[in-house]
Each structure stands twice: as C-alpha cells, then as structure tokens.
Write a protein that binds this ligand. Structure first.
Ligand SMILES: *[C@@H]1O[C@H](CO)[C@@H](O)[C@H](O)[C@H]1NC(C)=O
Ligand SMILES: *[C@@H]1O[C@H](CO)[C@@H](O)[C@H](O)[C@H]1NC(C)=O
Ligand SMILES: *[C@@H]1O[C@H](CO)[C@@H](O)[C@H](O)[C@H]1NC(C)=O
Length: 587
C-alpha cells in the first residue's frame, strides 16, 4: 500500500470519528484502575476497596487476570479453572469475590474481569525467535547477553533469553499462556465463520494446532518442536474459554469483561511481507477479531447487559507501515473489517470501551521511539497515539501507569524511561476535551510510586495511584465527591510510596511499544505522516541521501539505510548481501 492510499483511508474514516465523538454513549465516562490479584495480598486489597467503595477515586475496577485457557461451567460457582489469582482451595474464592463485587457496585463502582495480560500472551520461543530475534531492536541485547548473540542459543534453560520477562522475575514456562483457538466448539466455529465472511486481507488461515499443553512444530522453520504454553483442559472438556468468561461474569454478577490481547509472537510468526516496508498482520487481525466476536456472541446470547472492553496497544490504531512487533494497526484493521465489534465495545449499552495502553513508552532515539520528530515526551506521545485512534474513528480511553515503567528494561536503558509525572498528567488531561473524553484507566491500584530521586532507577516526580486517580476522576466525573477519596491502604490509610527500584509488574497489560521487538532497524514507531503527506524514515536509523543522478543508489551496506533516487525512495534491506528495494514513489 502506498502512502497516498494510507492517507485516503484516513480521510475516508474521519467523518465517522467526528460523529462518534459528538455523542459518547452514556456510561462511558470512566475512571478505572486494574487490580492485580494474587492469593497472598489479593483478598485483603479487594476487601479494602469494597469496604471503601463509595469514596474510591475510580468508578470501575478491573479484576485481573483470568487465564485465556480458562474453563467455567455455568452454575458451578468455582474459580478453580479460571485461576483468577485469589485462592487455591474450596471454591477458589468464588463466593467471596462475588460478595466484594456486590459491595463495590453498591458503592457506585463497576467491576470488570480481565482475561490476558502480558504473561498470558507471551510464547517465549516464538516471541524470542520472530519478534526479538529478527532485527536489531531495543530488546536484541537479551539475545546477546543470554544467547551469545545467536537466537538458537535461547532455549528453555535460559527461558528463551528472558525476552518475555526479565531473569529477575524467575519465570518458568508455566507462567505463560497463549490465547487458544477452541476449534472443536460450535461457538468458536460461528466466530470463525463471521471473521472469514468479513475478511478483506490475505486468505484466513487458522492455527488450532497451537493447543496449550501440546507440542507444536514451528510453522516457519518447520523443524523446531516446542510445547505450547498453557493447559489443554478446556479442549478435553469441549469448552470455549471465551464463552465461559461471559458465563463466569454472569454468575459473579459482574458489569463487564475485558480482553487484554497482546500476542506479538503470533503477529511476527504469521506476518506476511510484500516489500521491505510492508509487513501485514492480517492473520492476527483475524484471530483477535474472532476472539472478540466470540465474546460478543456469548454476551448477546447469555448475558445481554454485560459490557465489553479491550486493552489496545498504543500503536494499534495506526494505519502506517508496519515492520513487525508492537501489533501496530491491529485495532485499525479490526475496526476497518469488523466495525460491528468496535462499535459493540465503544457505543451503546454494552460499551466497556477501548483502553489504549499509552504507557511504557520510550524516548530512545537509537530505536526511533519518538513517533514523530520532536514528539518524545510522554504527553506528546500519548496525544499522538490517541490521535491515531481518533483518525481511525475509534473512540478510545487513555492509559496511565504508576511508578517505574517496565520498558525500556531499567536494567539496560533506564535513562530512556518516561514515567508519569504531574507535569505530564496535567498536559495529557488538558489535551482531552470534555466532549471526547471517555475517561482514563491505569495500571495498577496498588502499584507503588518509585520515590528514588536519582540514579539509574530514579523516577523523579512520578506520581502515586491516588494522585493520578483523583485527577482523572475529576476530569471524567466533574464534581463527583468520590474524586476526593483515596485508594485505601490494606489495613487502613492511604497507600504509601516506596523508595527504590520497583520490580517489573510482570503480568500487566503492557503497551505495544513496551516490548517493542523492532524487527528491523526501522521500528514501527518511526512511521511518520508529515505535513507534506509523505512517509519518511527516521533520520536516526536511516541515512537519507538525496541525489538526482541515475547512478545515485551507490553501495548498499547499511541495513535500513534509505535514499531518494530520481523520485523513488529506496531501502537497503532483504537478505545479506543487502540490496536496494523500492520503498515508495514520489520522494
Ligand atoms: C540451551 O542453550 C545453552 C546456550 O545458551 C546451551 O548451553 C544448552 O546446552 C542449551 N540447552 C538445551 C537443552 O539445548
Ligand atoms: C450460552 O450459554 C449456553 C449454556 O452454557 C451455551 O451452551 C451456549 O454456547 C452459549 N452461547 C454462546 C453464543 O456463547
Ligand atoms: C460542578 O459544580 C459547579 C459549582 O457548583 C457548577 O457550576 C457546575 O455546573 C458543576 N458541573 C457539573 C458537570 O455538574
């Protein structure tokens, strides 16, 4: 697709955006916080929130996370096979969680249940090999450090070079799960049929052989066999986890469900390439959209008041060129081909909203992390990414993160982290007009701020959860008394901040760029639509040599270099030895 075609697509959808924003649906003004549950502290945190529901500075709580390979039999009243992270015996916390949900709702707080999160999306072998390992991106150093620079040395003994999680998290394969294709269920088959009927990209191919707990052969090298992360119990029971999620929400009386889908490994394994600059993630658009269609159908059939939200990647609304990694354009194309799914989530009674993970961003010029020249600070980047969703006609909600970001990895590149400061928050909130604002959400209700003022891990002026929540709340719900409330400390009082480095919050919904596995020297965030309607490569990773002579191409030694030659922009790429490839006409 050439740059002009991209621009005309944007123009075509712009009016939808204006209409959609003029009438944000009732009930979408939301200030939300994720609550990460674990059996040790989760019950006390949920109780503290429930006991103080009326004065929480949020009006929605996301319980996180259930497994994407979960099983819930309607009426069974147990969380045993959903693994919400609450208790590990009896009904696994079902009755107690249900009671807390009732308390929160009585205090005016909606409760959603989220499926996914970073760890429940990451397939270490494939992510390392095809996302991180296929280019000189910002996480390539892990392959150098743990695999001596050779991706083939990344294996289970070193957790595939610790790309899914830092070594310090001490993860094992059991900590990871993928979103399965429950191929033997009627509900999934119905979702597949809907997706196939609306497919406007490459022909649809499904991959039910990626069955959690079973071996699968690498479809690219056709040799390496690995075990798919997760558990195949759902398949043995003939169940569909996406339908079961809705049944569980119904039995817990929840307000909504949330899908936090981040399978970059899938996009990079199944991507197709036409030219150097034009990868496509059509198969991942189909898979994500099928999951959402399945959930929508379950809601319509079995729990019609249930809302649906999704956590979306920062670059996901962007229609520009994709070089791999970060799920760029996933929500853009899902909306383009399956607008009913986006509409279900963003307009009307079931609208839970599209929550954009505009955090864990970086300003490292080496990897062209600033989406446009000069747009490097947090507020500027948030505004840019939210703008891409707006251009795509997708009404969306801003995401914030408390404390130390997980990306760039603070052990490797702490100086290019851009944590949330008061100045950044003030600027972000001022960019959100009251007519368009559908609120904000943050990770996480009990994540401490980092009060270490200086040094490699220092995060000067980053703000705590209550400070953030109060201001987002006041913006979204003017005059609501809850906005002056605090997030209760477990055991009473406000949550204290901590000093020093904060461990990476491993399972959170991470932003697209956070784990940007740039699969080429030109990370996807370099795409720029300039005022001259041209997509230009980043000057930081590409040398633009403009000459007019016919022999202007010269030698192509630096992978990722580009130049304008007689009106055609060329890239130095392909397999080594590299060759000049046409990028676009009209430079
Ligand atoms: C895993 O890779 C390391 C090198 O990184 C190597 O020493 C080890 O033998 C490999 N283990 C297996 C089981 O292949
Ligand atoms: C609705 O629930 C029933 C009973 O659990 C189930 O059999 C059916 O598949 C569900 N429908 C959808 C569309 O998910
Ligand atoms: C908030 O309160 C102020 C002062 O009481 C009032 O003027 C304003 O209209 C209120 N805003 C909303 C949205 O209720």
């Amino acid at each position: 697709m050439n740059p002009l075609a991209i621009l005309s697509l944007i123009a075509a959808v712009a009016p939808t955006f204006i209409n959609a924003l003029a009438t944000p649906s009732v009930g979408t003004a939301v200030a939300a916080g994720y609550l990460l549950l674990n059996p040790t502290e989760g019950p006390a945190k949920l109780k503290a929130l429930a006991d103080n529901a009326a004065t929480l500075p949020v009006n929605r709580v996301y319980l996180s996370f259930v497994r994407p390979d979960m099983v819930y039999v309607p009426g069974s009243n147990t969380l045993q096979y959903a693994d919400i992270g609450y208790a590990t015996s009896g009904d696994w916390g079902f009755a107690e969680v249900k009671q807390r949900v009732t308390q929160l709702q009585a205090g005016g707080v909606e409760v959603f249940l989220s499926m996914g999160g970073w760890n429940y999306n990451c397939y270490p072998y494939f992510y390392t090999k095809y996302s991180i390992g296929s280019g000189a991106g910002p996480n390539q150093w892990k392959i150098t450090q743990y695999g001596g620079g050779n991706v083939n040395n990344c294996n289970e003994s070193n957790m595939w070079c610790y790309t899914c999680e830092p070594e310090s998290q001490m993860t094992t394969l059991k900590d990871f799960i993928i979103f399965p294709e429950p191929a033997n269920t009627a509900t999934w088959k119905a979702a597949q049929a809907k997706i196939k009927a609306g497919a406007k990209g490459n022909p649809v191919t499904w991959h039910p052989e990626f069955l959690p707990g079973s071996p699968v052969t690498d479809p690219v090298d056709k040799t390496t066999i690995t075990t798919v992360p997760g558990n195949g119990y759902f398949a043995s029971q003939g169940r569909d986890p996406y339908a079961d999620l809705v049944s569980l929400a119904k039995d817990l009386n929840l307000d909504g469900v949330d899908i936090d889908y981040e399978e970059m490994w899938h996009a990079d394994t199944f991507r197709t390439q036409t030219t150097f600059s034009d990868y496509k993630l059509d198969q991942t658009v189909y898979k994500y959209s099928a999951i959402m269609a399945d959930v929508v159908a379950a809601i319509q059939a079995n729990y019609s008041t249930c809302k649906l939200s999704t956590a979306a990647g920062a670059a996901g609304g962007d229609s520009g060129h994709w070089w791999g990694g970060n799920l760029k354009g996933l929500w853009y194309y899902s909306n383009l081909w399956y607008p009913d799914i986006t509409k279900f989530m963003s307009v009307g009674a079931n609208a839970g909203g599209i929550n954009v993970m505009t955090y864990d961003l970086s300003n490292n010029p080496q990897f062209s992390e600033c989406p446009q020249p000069g747009v490097c600070d947090l507020a500027g980047q948030v505004n840019y990414y939210m703008g891409t969703y707006a251009q795509a006609g997708i009404v969306a909600r801003v995401g914030y993160e408390i404390g130390q970001p997980a990306y760039p990895d603070p052990s490797n590149d702490p100086t290019h982290q851009i944590p949330l400061t008061q100045a950044a928050l003030t600027s972000i909130l001022s960019q959100q007009t009251s007519a368009s604002s559908v609120g904000g959400f943050f990770w996480e209700l009990y994540k401490p701020k980092n009060s270490d003022p200086t040094g490699a891990t220092g995060q000067p002026n980053n703000i705590d959860a209550t400070t953030l929540a109060q201001q987002v709340c006041a913006k979204v719900l003017p005059n609501a008394s809850r906005c002056k409330g605090v997030i209760p400390q477990v055991g009473g009082g406000p949550t204290p901040s901590t000093t020093g480095p904060v461990p990476s919050s491993s399972v959170k919904p991470s932003t697209t760029t956070s784990v940007i596995p740039a699969s080429s020297p030109i990370p996807s965030s370099t795409k720029v639509i300039t005022s001259t309607s041209k997509i230009v490569p980043s000057s930081t990773t590409s040398k633009i040599v403009t000459t007019g002579s016919s022999s202007c191409k010269g030698s192509c030694a630096t992978y990722g270099a580009s130049q304008c030659c007689s009106g055609t922009e060329y890239y130095c790429g392909g397999a080594s030895p590299y060759t000049w490839l046409v990028w676009y006409q009209g430079c």
